[in-house]
Structure formats: C-alpha cells, structure tokens
Write a protein that binds this ligand. Structure first.
Ligand SMILES: *[C@@H]1O[C@H](CO)[C@@H](O)[C@H](O)[C@H]1NC(C)=O
Ligand SMILES: *[C@@H]1O[C@H](CO)[C@@H](O)[C@H](O)[C@H]1NC(C)=O
Ligand SMILES: *[C@@H]1O[C@H](CO)[C@@H](O)[C@H](O)[C@H]1NC(C)=O
Ligand SMILES: *[C@@H]1O[C@H](CO)[C@@H](O)[C@H](O)[C@H]1NC(C)=O
Ligand SMILES: *[C@@H]1O[C@H](CO)[C@@H](O)[C@H](O)[C@H]1NC(C)=O
Length: 881
C-alpha cells in the first residue's frame, strides 16, 4: 500500500510554517467577513425578509396537546390511514390527519418503578431524565409500528399493534437503536424492515454509533474511533434508492447528516463541521477485518458558505431530502447556522444528489499522519487506493470477481476504509452558495415541497421553522428566493423540533414542540384581500379568482384556472383596475388644537414602503417636528392649523421592476375649535384645502397602479355619513381634557405675532449653551474632539491629561480579547460616545478576529477558495478517470 510520501510531508511542512503575513491577512479577512456581512446581507445578499407576518391569532391553526404530557417531538405521518402518530413523553397518540385536535387513539407507556429507581440510583433526575421519551416511531408493516423510548436511560423497543393500539409486550433492547439520554441528538430511519440509527451506544452518551439493527442479523455498526465519528450531533438519515434500474448493479444507500468536531482542521477549541455520511444497504460487514462493522462507511464535508465573503455556516440543524422519480434528480436541503451563534444568521443550502454521488464514488481520501512525534494531522491521500474501491458498495463488477457481498472483500480494501473513512472532496452546494440567508433567526427545521404554479412552472417551496416557534415560507424563483410569509405557529417562544409536510395534496404542515403539536395550512391565500395583494405575495399556492374576487388556493379551488390571475414575479399590473378609495369616504377626524391625533395605517407587506401625504404633499420624517411615523400609522403631536387637511397613507412596493403604489387609508383632519372662534377660523383651512385639492387635480400623484383620487373632496359639504366619532384619537387625549383646554387656540396666534421676541429668547439660550460648552471644554469635561480644539487653542505646551494618555497607550498595547472588550468603553469615550449600531457590531467582529489571530490555528480553518475550486489531481491516481 502506498503510504504517506515524503513529498507530501514537505508540502505539509510548508503549510505548517506559514509566514506571519497570511495569518494577519486572515484576521483582516475575518474582520472583513463581519464588515462585509453587515453590508452584503443587508443590501444584495440572498437574504430575504418575509413579506407578510401572521400572528398566531391571525390564522387558523389546529393544535393538539394533553395536560401533563410534554415533548411532542416524534412525528410520523401515515397518509394511507389518514393519521398522524405522535410520540411524546410516556405517550403515543394517533391523531386525525386533517384535524389533529381529533384524537383517535392513545397509548401510555410509563417506566416501572424498579427501572425508575435504578435510573435515580445512577444519578439521573426523577422528574426529567428517568421518564420514557418516545423517540422512535417507524412503520414496520401494515399492522405494526416499531416504537422505542429512552425508558429511564435504558432504551427499550416494542411493537405497537395498530388494530387495538397496544404494545405486543415483546420488549427488545433499544441499545444502539434509541438514545439513553432524551436530550441527546438522535436520528433514525426504517428501511425495508431494518432500523438505521445514529445515536449513542452507552449510558454516558460518549460512544457515538451509526448502526443497523434487523430481526435476522446482528447489529452492524461503526468502529469506535474519532476518525469515524467525533462527538457527532445527529440530524437526519434517509435512504436513497440508488439501486433502482442501476446499470452497474449498484446498491441503495442510507445517508446520514450530522455536525461533528473536525479532525482535519487545527483550531483552538472545537471546530464543528457539517457532514454527510453514507452506508450501503447490502453491507454485511467484513469477514476478518471489520467484523460486524460497516465496510461502506464514508463521510465528507458538507459545505454551506458564502465564498465571496469567506463566511462559513458550519453547523447543520436539519436536512430535508426532496426526492424525485430518479435519484439523480433528488435535491438535499439543509439549514445551517454558524458555530458562533451571535452572528445571528441562518442559511439554507441545497445539494445535487448527483454531485453527492460523485464525491462518494470518486472523491479523494484523507489520511492521518503523525508529525513531530505525537502530533497528528489529516492530509490528502495521494497514493492509489486498493481495489475494489474502499467504501464502495458491491456492484456487478465485484460480483463477477466472486465478491458477492462485503464478506468477500479483500482485507486490503477493508483495512484502508477502516483507516480512511473521511473523504477530502467536499460536497458543494448548488450555485456554490446558500439558497437563502436570513438575519436574526435560528432555523431549527426544514421541509421542502415542489409546487406547480398556474403557468406549469415548478418551484421549490422551502418551509423553515425557527427556535422561537415561527415558520418561514420561501419560494425559489429563477434567480432569487422570495420569502412569502412568516407564521407564528407556537404561542410561546420555544423551538419547533419537528416539521412534517403532508405529501398528499400538500395541504398541511405539522410542527412538533415540547408543549404540543400544531397543524398549519401550507398557504393563507384568503388573507389577501385584493388582487394586487394576492399577486404581490408571489405565493405559488395562491391566485386571484376574478369571478369571486377572492384570493384562492389553486390546489383547493375547483375554479377555472383561466379565470385566475397569478404572477410569481409579482407583476400586479396584470390585475384588473379597481376604483380607488373615494375621498368622500375618508373618515373625518376632529381634533382639538394642541391635542394629538393617531392615524392608523395597516400595511400588510413588510416589503412595502409607507408614505404619508398631506393634501398630496409628501410628508417626511424630518420636515416636521410634529410627526412620528411608525409601522402602524402616523401620530401627530400638538396639532395646529397647518396640520388640517387630507391625509393619505400610501403603500409603495416594488416587484417585477416596477413600483406599485396604492392608498391604504385616508383621513380628513379638521380642527375642533370652540364655537365662538370656529366661525372665523374654519374659513382659512377650508379654502387652503380646496386650493390644494384643485392643485392636486392638475398634477397627477405618484404614477402607479392606482391613480390619485380624482373626485375632489369638497370639505364644505361633507356627507354626514362620513363623519365618524373621534374613535382614532388616542386615549391619552380624551383622558386629559385639562391639558387640552389649557392650550388656548388664540394663544398660538399671539405666539405668531411675537415671533421676534421668541427669536431673541432663542438667541439668548443659544449663547448660554455656547458658554457652557466652552467652559466644559476648558475644564476637560468633554471628550476628544473638544480636547483637540482646546489644545490647539491653548497651544501644544499643555498635554492632555496623563490619565487619558495612559488609556490611549493601553489601548494600543492590549491584545488579549478579554481586555479588548474591556477597552471598548474607552474607545467609545474617545468616539465622543456617538457609537452607532453597526460600529458596535463591528466591535464584536474585531474581538472575534482577535481571537482568531490568537488561535494556534496554522491553517485557515476553511479555505473556501480552495474548496470551491476543482480539486487538483496532482498525482496520477488509478481511481481517477
Ligand atoms: C421536555 O419538555 C419540557 C417542557 O417543555 C422541557 O423543559 C424539556 O427540556 C423537554 N425535554 C427534552 C428532552 O426535550
Ligand atoms: C445535478 O447535477 C446533474 C449533473 O451534474 C445535472 O444534470 C442536474 O441538472 C443537476 N440538478 C440540479 C437540481 O441542479
Ligand atoms: C469464481 O468462483 C468460481 C467457482 O467457485 C470459480 O470457478 C471462478 O474461477 C472464480 N472466478 C474468479 C474470478 O475468481
Ligand atoms: C440563536 O441561538 C444562539 C445560541 O443558541 C443564541 O445565542 C442567539 O441569541 C439566537 N439568535 C436568535 C436571533 O434567536
Ligand atoms: C421605486 O421607488 C424607489 C424609491 O421609492 C426608487 O428608488 C426606484 O427607482 C423606483 N423604481 C421604479 C422602477 O420606478
């Protein structure tokens, strides 16, 4: 066997003795990452803001939970039977698939007292650990489910008869099938009556194992070695039927997804790596070498990164395999975050099954070498691996050579795969980057569905669940990802731990959490009240039905598709024109001078820009000190004569390269003056309003979908029906009539006349302020810029205070991250305290970069540039085509 060549050692040595420059470069680039991220993701990254947000009360969700039962985290759909099985703590339920609040059956499975006391003796908690958490629910056959529970840290499995919903009491040892610890990561899949698990094999949870248990054979498992599995967090496992119609007689494969501690990168602390591993279904273990162990276990790095920013998402939380009739068309979706959670970014990456297959069947192996006595390092194996290819499934060629099963594989192949389970070639995402990046969320679960839109185009719809009980729905369009909506599924802010999608008609999603199960429709089309809204939502499930003037779910509606309007680009221009809100229907607000007025405006879209117009003049935040724009509307403080008029709230949303504007709500604001004054005072505003509205008719407003209201409002003769009570005035106003009354409207006019006096007063105050400023500056109460000014004025003879200089020197010298953090307030002080938000985040980045700098990491932990380039086949390799 070709071992490690001296040439490799040289190359490797060169790597080890990297000059100082690249390291500082790395620190810079890490800093750049954080800087870049803030800019990039907020401007033109694939990041996506959900267009609509639905609270739990806004939508119709169905829930299931039972008193005193928790941890509803194991879900299994059986669409043939029309049921959802739920495994919770000490209970299994059978629920109606179309309404999960209907419970068909239940089974309670508690831990006997004897086992409970054993568990307590071993130091586990009676209330939490020593219970039976149902973690495996798999279909065995038509009549039976296979069920396993942690069973007070003594995993146990049994058969559940679906006829009477009872256990057969054939208690089987759950070791290697189910975890001991309910809090430990775990995954399982049943394939052709055999249970594949990723779990821990011992009480302490320190021995990770990927195993297969079948009724007919003994347990097949991974070698207990850090090169096979190194503190893995199992996420998902499923079978890919690669054997179907395989011309070379290949086998079906079971793929595992997990995050583990890397062995190939040196890093201070533990560097996590997302992995994809696979085993062959037909594996029987080796004859002498690898007895009862996988002969086909191989794993590779799963890359989810932004190469252009050098930013890596290195923790995989969940995986969904979007299967296709042929396995080559299958797409794997994963949700990722960074190990450093404070970055606050989640990403979705997609992988092509063909490229996964390519990596496993042709990828280079990695090799562990010992350098400098005890130190080991993983490098690429450049020699020729033995034949048959180590880790490959048995195929027709092997069978011709009399190797009909893994038992017949030569020892050389088996020894090689035992020592080289890790492939060097990574699995790269489709498009070399994330499909979707979302800020300020932690995604925990993912489910993906293929949806055929009305124009017959097929789109992948990605459902992602968060650790705060929310669901995001995003649709992959030609060259962008649009997040349609976010839905609050759980009342409490808790993680969604399981997410299932019904395949039958794709109607519902099921989400499991510690407190219950929630059933949600996959779309909320009826929430969109207008054609424009329905189209701008860009939801492939929804279309505007012109006949009933409603936004309908195209998969549930029997309506004629030709009468439906859908455009996934969001071109709302195809909607039939609607008559805009008539000005005469605007509610009238009567406000006392000096009082405040609240003008609500609910814009459904988070992507729309909200503009307010007063008599068709755009109001801007800065133009008046009396305005406060908020998400829900406009607040006017201390209303004066100039504030009266016609208010309109416009929503401007851009889609398909156009801006779609429309009036969302409108108000007529009038001053409520005491009778005696009103006769004389109302005249003025009325005429201005009329004058304005005449102007408006001449100059068309924002070009857009809805033309400006054309019927000019005649304020002198408002229809009495339009006059509404001042329901919109905030309570604070009505509650404090005293305050309102103290402001005499006439006083305002007096102030107007005395503006000269006011100006004088203002000048006086300004001079006083200036004097105070100068005094404080002289006394050194104010920070740096002032100090500089002071020293300039007083001459350089006078140095800044010694204390201050010491601080500056300290700042320069500090290299320790902890001190760096401590140094921050000082820096903030120097920056006169006006530290803006991005700068603060940059500060965090700087700290991080520093810690990177400090690390003994000799290699860049992720060399993306390298990884994303085709692997150099430097040496001749028998395996390479
Ligand atoms: C089970 O649910 C309870 C209540 O929500 C929670 O505190 C606990 O952490 C959960 N346990 C596991 C193992 O998920
Ligand atoms: C996956 O890769 C294969 C071969 O490279 C290609 O034909 C196929 O279109 C790809 N599928 C996707 C979804 O990108
Ligand atoms: C395979 O086995 C058969 C019978 O055991 C033998 O005749 C044949 O020569 C073998 N072929 C090879 C390639 O070893
Ligand atoms: C995401 O999770 C990490 C670690 O669990 C936490 O520190 C962070 O605050 C979370 N971020 C958000 C936006 O919830
Ligand atoms: C849409 O409006 C924004 C500002 O609101 C403007 O920058 C952009 O150019 C407009 N786009 C089109 C196509 O009119």
């Amino acid at each position: 066997m070709n071992q490690f060549s001296p040439l490799d050692a040289m190359a490797f040595k060169g790597n080890l003795t990297l000059p100082k420059v690249p390291e500082s470069n790395m620190a810079l680039s890490v800093l750049g990452v954080f800087l870049g991220l803030l800019l990039e993701v907020s401007t033109h990254g694939p990041s996506s803001v959900p267009r609509s947000s639905w609270k739990q009360d806004d939508v119709d969700l169905l829930e299931f939970w039972e008193p005193d039962v928790f941890n509803y985290t194991t879900l299994l759909l059986n669409e043939d039977r029309g049921v959802l099985y739920v495994g919770a703590r000490e209970a299994v339920y059978e629920l109606n698939i179309s309404n999960i609040s209907i419970k068909n059956n239940q089974l309670l499975w508690k831990v006997p007292d004897s086992d409970m006391s054993m568990c307590i003796l071993k130091g586990k908690s009676k209330e939490t650990d020593c219970r039976n958490y149902i973690r495996v629910l798999q279909v065995l056959d038509e009549e039976h489910l296979y069920v396993c529970g942690t069973h007070a840290f003594q995993p146990l499995c049994d058969y559940l008869s679906l006829q009477d919903f009872r256990l057969l009491e054939k208690a089987e040892d759950g070791r290697g099938k189910c975890s001991y610890d309910p809090a430990q990561s775990f995954t399982t899949v049943m394939v052709d009556g055999e249970l594949y698990s990723g779990t821990a094999y011992n009480f302490l949870g320190s021995e990770p194992i990927i195993s297969r248990s079948s009724p007919s054979q003994s347990l097949l498992r991974t070698e207990y070695s850090t090169s096979w599995l190194n503190e893995p967090s199992f996420v998902f496992a499923d079978v890919i039927r690669e054997g179907q119609d395989s011309p070379d007689g290949d086998d079906d494969k079971i793929y595992y997804f997990f995050t583990e501690v890397s062995v190939e990168y040196e890093f201070f602390g533990k560097l996590l790596i997302p992995r994809i591993a696979r085993v062959c279904k037909g594996d029987l273990g080796g004859q002498r070498t690898l007895q009862k162990k996988w002969t086909s276990f191989l794993k590779a790095k799963l890359v989810c990164s932004m190469p252009e920013l050098n930013f890596v998402f290195n923790v995989v939380h969940d995986v969904f395999i979007l299967k296709a009739p042929h396995w080559r068309d299958t797409v794997i979706y994963g949700v990722f975050t960074s190990q450093w959670g404070n970055v606050g970014l989640s990403a979705v990456c997609a992988y092509n099954m063909s490229s996964v297959h390519e990596v496993f069947s042709r990828g280079k192996y990695m090799q562990k070498v010992t350098v400098e006595q005890s130190h080991t390092k993983w490098v690429r194996f450049n020699g020729a691996p033995p034949s048959p290819r180590p880790g490959a499934c048995i195929n027709n060629m092997n069978r011709q050579q009399n190797m009909s099963s893994s038992l017949h594989l030569p020892d050389k192949t088996l020894q090689f795969v035992r020592d080289h389970p890790l492939l060097e070639d990574p699995v790269l995402p489709i498009g070399n980057g994330p499909r979707l990046i979302t800020k300020d969320v932690n995604y925990t679960q993912i489910a993906v569905q293929r949806v055929q839109a009305l124009d017959n185009s097929i789109h992948h719809v990605i459902f992602t669940a968060t650790d705060k009980g929310f669901l995001h729905k995003s649709v992959v369009l030609e060259n962008e990802v649009h997040t349609v909506e976010e839905v609050q599924l759980l009342k409490n802010s808790e993680p969604i731990k399981t997410l299932l999608l019904s395949t039958d008609q794709a109607q519902f999603l099921y989400a499991g959490s510690d407190s219950g199960v929630v059933q949600s429709p996959t779309a909320f089309c009826q929430k969109y009240g207008s054609c424009v809204d329905c189209v701008l939502a860009r939801d492939p499930y929804c279309a505007w039905y012109t006949q009933s003037k409603a936004c309908v779910n195209i998969f549930q509606s029997k309506a004629d598709p030709r009468k439906m309007i859908q455009n996934l680009k969001g071109d709302a221009g195809i909607c039939p024109p609607v008559s805009p809100l008539a000005v005469k229907d605007y509610p009238l607000l009567l406000v006392k001078p000096g009082a405040s007025a609240d003008l609500p405006c609910r814009v459904q879209s988070n992507r729309a820009q909200v503009l307010w117009k007063l008599n068709n003049q755009l109001l801007s935040d800065s133009s008046s000190r009396l305005l406060l724009m908020s998400e829900s509307g406009l607040l006017l403080y201390s209303v004066t004569m100039e504030d009266a008029g016609r208010y309109e709230c416009w929503s401007v949303e851009s889609a398909a390269g156009q801006n779609f504007s429309r009036v969302v709500s409108g108000y007529i604001l009038r001053l409520d003056l005491p009778e005696s004054k009103s006769a004389q005072l109302t005249r003025e505003p009325t005429t201005t309003s009329e004058g304005n509205s005449v102007n408006n008719n001449n100059s068309p407003v924002t070009p857009g979908l809805t033309s400006a209201p054309t019927d000019a409002p005649s304020l002198t003769t408002p229809p009495t029906s339009a006059i509404k009570p001042k329901s919109n005035i905030p309570p604070e106003v009505s509650n404090s009539p005293a305050r309102t009354e103290t402001i005499d409207p006439s006083a305002k006019y007096i102030q107007h006349d005395n503006s000269a006096a006011l100006l004088a007063l203002f000048l006086l105050f300004f001079l006083l302020f200036l004097a105070a400023l100068l005094y404080n500056c002289y006394m050194q109460y104010l920070p740096a810029p002032c100090l500089r000014l002071r020293s300039a004025l007083l001459g350089s003879s006078k140095k800044p205070q010694a204390e201050y200089a010491a601080c500056e020197a300290g700042l320069m010298e500090k290299t320790d991250p902890a001190n760096q953090i401590a140094a921050h307030p000082l820096r903030a002080l120097r920056d006169t305290g006006y530290e803006t938000e991005p700068e603060a985040e940059l500060g965090n980045g700087a700290v991080r970069s520093n810690s990177f700098d400090e690390s003994p990491c000799k290699d860049r932990p992720f060399d993306i540039d390298c990884a994303s380039q085709p692997i150099e086949f430097a040496d001749a390799d028998a395996d390479a085509p």
